[in-house]
Design a binder for this molecule. Sequence first.
Ligand code: HEC
Ligand code: HEC
Ligand code: HEC
Ligand code: HEC
Ligand code: HEC
Length: 388
Amino acid sequence: MKFPFAALSCLWIAASACGGSGEPKGNPEGTPPRRAVVNPDDPDACSECHAQIVGEWKESMHARAHHDNDPIFAAVRQIATGALGDEVAGDCANCHTPRDAANPDSPAGKLGVSCASCHMLDAVHPGKSGAEALGFADVVRMRAGHDMAEGSSPAHQTGLAPEFIKDRKTVCLACHAAAANPSGVNTCATGAEFEVRKGEEKGCMDCHMPRIPGPGGIVGSRSEHARHVFLGPHRAWYHDDGEFLSTAVSLEGTLGETGLKVTLNNKTGHGFPTGFPGRVAMLSAVGKDAAGAEVWRNEDSPESVFNKVYVDEAGKPTLPVLSKSMSRDNRLEPSESRTLEFEVPQTVATVELKLELRLVSTKAVAKLGLEGKLEAQPRTVASATIAR
Ligand code: HEC
Ligand code: HEC
Ligand code: HEC
Ligand code: HEC
Ligand code: HEC
């Protein structure tokens, strides 16, 4: 058994002593009191024992997956329902507010992808997505990566670690596998991209929820826990965190007789950029002469733009959700190394390279009413300065 009885009761006494509720502290019998979590959809009810993890989750885009808390989702959802009818909102709710897809504005819906969405599960059904894939338990039983003996928690039932969590990806793919728009055009395809990668031993959780030092809360008996901020690009904008993005792509260049060569290496297990099809990455290269004056830049270079373009029936670019087909996909494939070549004037002595990511293209910023907002700014993924 992972939790010797004595160790658990000591932890429980420590937890109760800091609990702050009016209930009796500790338990002289050594049996944890069964103080059941009544509402599994209230992350604040988990705080008493798992505070560190609850605080991390609140920083994540999962906690912001309801349209009230994500201006990009809110704007696209509004355009989609305006053009295609209110029924579409139910489709979005399936993944964005899975604990109450039928009533996204209920308290459980507003929590977005909450604790119970991933932990109160008996099964993940293959071939389905969002709430339809998630086989929610009808008892309050929380399970994650560890085999938990019956009675390990005073607050909820426990059990063996399910295979869909142990394999480090299946629970994620319930929502991240692939999504199509109402016309059947593939939009997000992170999971599908990921599966084409051969020899990849890292699962989604290894990069997006790495194990870090420190317990997940006062009852945590381990010296580390899985970080629940769900590292990703959109969160980086709100928490000014460039570290994770900087692991996505490496950037190298050489400046020689034949011109400038820039090599980009995708180090993620999926496309770059992946996920929401509106993301755009752009490489800028600025050539300066020996005196430091700008003499060249890679303007009008479609190959320096890494994105997907979606079009309507007439072939005109439109938002992915309204599109009839995809006309371009110039993103980096999983583990792809791509070299771009540019002719540059002989006067160029140094080149400043910068790879930037935008949450939505500059054109879409206006369409979505995001002008002047934080979400309209680019962020640097990688940069380098090279000399001749
Ligand atoms: C009164 C304390 C308490 C409360 C409140 C509580 N838990 Fe727990 N929980 C525990 C204990 C104790 C364990 C087993 C020990 C451990 O994880 O280190 C546990 C285990 C878990 C596990 C399994 C972890 C693993 O490593 O496999 C999950 C998941 C979990 N809790 C989720 C929740 C969620 C979600 C809530 C809120 C809805 C919640 N808990 C509320 C005490 C609590
Ligand atoms: C998007 C899915 C998802 C959400 C949302 C989520 N978790 Fe987890 N959680 C996981 C996965 C996956 C693991 C297992 C990670 C591992 O084994 O490395 C985990 C691990 C845990 C553990 C065990 C900690 C450890 O690593 O020892 C606890 C406790 C826990 N979660 C509680 C919570 C609570 C409380 C919330 C809400 C505030 C929450 N989780 C939200 C997916 C999720
Ligand atoms: C119930 C559906 C669901 C499940 C299960 C789920 N996600 Fe998500 N995830 C979402 C949605 C919806 C968003 C986008 C929220 C938004 O930006 O409005 C998201 C966003 C993300 C992001 C982007 C964060 C950012 O800052 O840009 C990452 C990374 C992520 N999820 C990883 C995971 C991992 C890893 C797992 C498995 C442990 C997982 N997700 C499980 C629905 C889910
Ligand atoms: C080797 C590390 C690594 C692995 C493995 C990995 N990712 Fe990522 N992921 C990243 C990095 C770095 C980024 C940021 C760059 C980007 O947006 O493409 C990212 C971005 C994302 C995003 C943000 C998409 C958006 O809309 O902006 C999601 C969602 C995501 N990953 C989900 C997953 C899922 C699901 C898996 C497993 C099938 C997975 N990742 C496996 C490193 C990884
Ligand atoms: C199959 C599950 C699923 C469905 C259905 C779904 N989404 Fe999402 N959505 C996601 C996931 C997962 C993400 C996180 C990025 C990624 O991997 O694509 C996301 C991200 C987004 C984003 C980007 C948010 C950000 O952080 O910038 C927008 C906008 C969005 N979805 C709009 C919608 C709209 C509008 C609908 C309904 C028409 C919808 N989605 C339906 C799973 C889904």
